[in-house]
Design a protein around this ligand. Structure first.
Ligand code: MG
Length: 409
């Protein structure tokens, strides 16, 4: 019996560590609860205590977000239904095994971008692809120490190659400086602090941008540091002094909790709890809440094993995507295809923007079923690498075939 409990706990904890607070497939949650109930294990001890934080987040966050189920029925689906993670670890008698079928049905709804590549590129012919990439969990593996979330040289080379052929931007919750230091590429644009700190080309001069919602915000709060080719856009600049106060206060309040790491991301502050003991989650959350409560202009969101304190402005990764498309000269273009790859909840805002534009490819990185606005999926950063290499190769090939054609071959 003890062995069964230990096995159930191990299997479930590993899967839950992977899903990191995200909305789960309903059947999977049911299975986790079933395992817990049958074995009289508390959900909290299985890691389900984290679910509490999800509802808390929904209460405190003033900016409305909705995670609608992908409305993508009727699209072509991949025939290669990949196996879920940890399958080899799962006992076939274990109810968690049905993660397999829920993952497969999830992939049927969010086909692999690798398997769908040819079809995606067929649609892309003659259109301008603009590539947007999240950093953590997309280009780099998720690691215990966020300072060590380094991308591989192989991944760097792939991004460099993609950026040779397509305008490419990295949109991350990290500070712009930190992600620039990680990525070390000069041919990509960087948007840090969930898009609140963007280094982009100067906005093209144009008149009358009716329907362009972020234009006003951009002009009102704009801080520009012009270099010859780029402009710095920081819509939350006025919050900087408060953010510094919050950072210091969070450091002081949480210093006694072992394993907490507070990261100054310029326009938001991250509280990483990946290395915090589970029994301390509650007290940590309380401490963070008590700080945020003092600053009504800020709110709390959650990412992967991280709580984030952000200014309550209507600006997220989705707005950053639109801003970058605009500055790249594509705001009213009907033949631009934004392609966005990301793994975190904050990436859903960008997925939504792409879906509302009616064209483009929102791609989620996930090895477990998740409620998402993305249309396609990739399992992990290694599949992201394969996808980026393929994308660059595809463009290179179409370049050379055009050249051959031009020379009459
Ligand atoms: Mg991420």
């Amino acid at each position: 019996m003890m062995k069964l409990i230990a096995h159930a706990r191990r299997s479930t904890q590993r899967v839950l560590m992977q899903q990191q607070h995200h909305h789960l497939d309903g059947r999977f949650i049911k299975n986790v609860r079933l395992v817990a109930r049958r074995n009289k294990i508390s959900l909290r001890s299985l890691g389900m205590g984290l679910q509490r934080s999800v509802s808390y987040k929904q209460r405190v966050q003033p900016i409305q977000r909705s995670t609608t189920k992908a409305e993508n029925k009727g699209r072509d689906v991949s025939t290669n239904l990949r196996t879920p993670p940890f399958q080899s670890d799962l006992n076939t008698n274990d109810p968690v095994i049905s993660l397999d079928s829920s993952y497969n049905s999830w992939v049927a709804e969010h086909p692999s971008a690798l398997d769908s590549f040819d079809r995606m590129m067929k649609t892309a012919k003659g259109k301008r692809i603009v590539v947007f990439l999240d950093y953590d969990g997309t280009l780099s593996p998720i690691v215990d120490n966020p300072d060590r979330a380094l991308m591989s040289d192989e991944m760097r080379a792939a991004v460099r190659e993609v950026a040779k052929y397509f305008p490419t931007a990295i949109i991350t919750g990290r500070s712009r400086d930190k992600v620039t230091e990680f990525v070390k590429l000069s041919n990509v644009y960087y948007a840090g602090s969930h898009g609140m700190d963007i280094m982009a080309p100067p906005r093209p001069v144009k008149s009358g941008t009716a329907g362009n919602d972020h234009q006003t915000i951009a002009l009102d709060h704009r801080k520009e540091i012009s270099t010859s080719h780029e402009v710095l856009f920081q819509p939350a600049k006025k919050f900087l002094p408060a953010i510094q106060e919050i950072f210091t206060m969070l450091e002081e309040k949480t210093e006694k909790i072992q394993g907490v790491r507070i990261e100054d991301n310029s326009f938001c502050v991250s509280v990483h709890f990946r290395q915090v003991r589970e029994e301390d989650y509650g007290i940590l959350e309380e401490k963070v809440k008590s700080v945020v409560k003092k600053y009504p202009e800020f709110h709390l969101t959650e990412g992967k094993m991280v709580l984030e304190v952000r200014p309550s402005i209507e600006w997220n990764k989705g707005h950053a995507l639109e801003y970058l498309l605009d500055t790249l000269g594509f705001s009213n273009s009907s033949d631009v295809l934004p392609l966005y790859i990301g793994d975190d909840r904050s990436d859903e805002d960008a997925f939504k923007v792409i879906r509302s534009r009616g064209q483009g490819y929102p791609i989620i990185v996930s090895s477990i079923p998740k409620d998402t606005n993305a249309l396609y999926s990739l399992q992990d950063p290694s599949e992201v690498l394969s996808f980026l290499l393929r994308l660059a190769r595809w463009k290179k090939a179409s370049f050379s075939s055009r050249t051959l054609h031009e020379y009459g071959f």
